[in-house]
Design a protein around this ligand. Sequence first.
Ligand code: 5AD
Ligand code: SF4
Length: 419
Amino acid sequence: MKYHIIIFGCQMNISDAERVASVLETMKYKEAKNINEADIIAIVMCSVRQSAVDRIFGLIEKLKKLDKKPTTVLTGCILKKDRKKFIEKFDYVLDIKDIKKMPQILKPTSYKVSDGTHCKIDNYLDIAPKYSSKFSANVPIMTGCNNFCSYCVVPYSRQREISRPAEEIISEIKKLVRKGYKEIWLLGQNVNSYKNGKINFPKLLKMANNIPGNFWIRFTSSHPKDFNNEVINTMAIGEKITPYLNLPIQSGDDKILKAMNRHYTVKDYKNKIKALRKKIPDICLSTDIIVGFPGETKKQFENTAKLFRDIKYDMAYINKYSARAETAASKLKDNVSIIEKKRREKLLTKILKQTALEKNKKIIGKTVEVLVDSKKDKRLFGRTKEYKNIEFNSDKNLIGKFIKLKVIDATPWKIKGKL
Ligand code: 5AD
Ligand code: SF4
């Protein structure tokens, strides 16, 4: 019996899919080479934007056409409102926290707890995952969110925050490092609010940094209100913690930030960036933005554009506002037209392109450390310690290895290097 997993959405969903694969393998399913071979298909969905939900409906049509008529299991971030519709279309619709119960739910007669340990339903993160890469691992440290940003479904789909025990996280990282993993991503909807007894996020970072071995530590995502000097200092002294930060600002206008329920001002955010750049001058910065939040005027959007010019990001994930059921903002009128949202997205992309190019050009001639991650003929690709995309030529198979490259050229989204 074979399984196939389809993943939509963020890195946390990739990590969740690794746990789904692990549970299916304890049920004696083997990974299918392709979707047509599968007896069971698990879909890890995303509900953050309506377009992601619409894609699931598109997928249903594709699944119907499969010869094998596989069992279908939908999990991931699912909104209560959508659940009813999905129950009619999929064989099973499971909350991500219930994936440990799959052996019981899918095979009621042969129920056995998959990993032989305790089966507390809301503690699915203690399932040992089937890592999808041999050198870069996703390690969730917490899940859920208590922040209720007015546009966001996550507090409804993933519910309240739970943090994994620090010993469990550290022992997972130690095992990965022993196996030769080179990159560890600490994941959570808001990693900065990680709390397990006396251990907060900076303490956890220090503990991870103290693990002996040659590896990098990355983390995502951070909330500016909780991103503080203790984290900055830990990043500055932790030699394994990479100089890269995604700090979502969402808007450059204080009134919009208030309507978004973000609990910081543009000034607070800028002060944090200033403190960070003082300690780590070469930090590579990215952000998340929502354009066209209900009521966002052209002037308010201009404040976001101005912030973009001031901060000079290396990368940004620019999202057009999409009203999500159950959220506070969905009660407001979605009154910025799609054309205007696209215009705003385009304008920010244009500024980003300039600042990213400017920053990438600064490293031409320098030698950078790179973790190689993929290959196409003689072209190899990787990421620098700062998480910049880099391309170079080589006959050797260097995937999963740390190497040093000299930067010889730069474009906005990629740099070119030479061995
Ligand atoms: N509409 C558009 N973008 C959204 N995001 C979250 N919710 C919405 C929404 N309703 C974006 C935010 C967040 C990222 C993961 O997705 O920018 O940081
Ligand atoms: Fe959503 Fe806000 Fe929580 Fe991020 S911090 S997951 S945007 S509610």
